[in-house]
Design a protein around this ligand. Structure first.
Ligand SMILES: Cc1cc2nc3c(=O)[nH]c(=O)nc-3n(C[C@H](O)[C@H](O)[C@H](O)COP(=O)(O)OP(=O)(O)OC[C@H]3O[C@@H](n4cnc5c(N)ncnc54)[C@H](O)[C@@H]3O)c2cc1C
Length: 111
């Protein structure tokens, strides 16, 4: 089920901002599957921002008064064989590194 976070909800403060900007979206939609991303798109009201980790420098992964689709719950890291993994847009480097750890490689990263 899509989580819907609004101003005043406990999780709002942690999800409204991105690294380079303070956001004030009217709603934050948190889908947990590709199907729910499609459903979330039907619920967008006003300006749309897409947020994965919120670490981009463009500041456009949040907004004021619109909708943020936060992909943080799409965080699966799936081994594909060899040194390859498929990482969801919400995966953190720690999750990726833990999956890669048995292999002789490390992901390049800034954070
Ligand atoms: C201090 C600092 C150091 C950095 N160092 C590096 C570095 O060494 N190398 C490097 O390459 N980058 C670096 N960056 C840039 C940053 O890591 C990249 O912009 C990265 O893409 C951010 O990922 P994110 O998931 O946090 O994206 P977000 O901030 O959530 O989003 C960034 C942009 O992508 C869009 N977006 C997010 N998810 C999706 C999606 N699933 N599909 C389509 N669009 C999407 C957003 O709308 C937004 O426009 C650095 C940034 C900072 C702040």
């Amino acid at each position: 089920m899509i989580e819907i976070i609004r101003p005043g909800d406990p999780a709002y403060r942690d999800l409204r901002d991105v690294y380079t900007a303070t956001g004030a979206p009217a709603s934050i939609l948190r889908p947990s599957s590709a199907d729910e991303v499609v459903q979330a798109l039907d619920q967008v009201d006003g300006e749309l921002s897409v947020r994965s980790g919120g670490h981009g420098i463009s500041s456009i992964a949040t907004n004021a008064g619109g909708t943020v689709i936060d992909l943080g719950r799409l965080d699966a890291v799936e081994p594909l064989g060899g040194d390859l993994v498929r990482a969801g847009p919400g995966a953190r480097w720690g999750d990726v590194a833990a999956t890669l750890r048995p292999r002789p490689c490390t992901p390049p990263r800034s954070r």
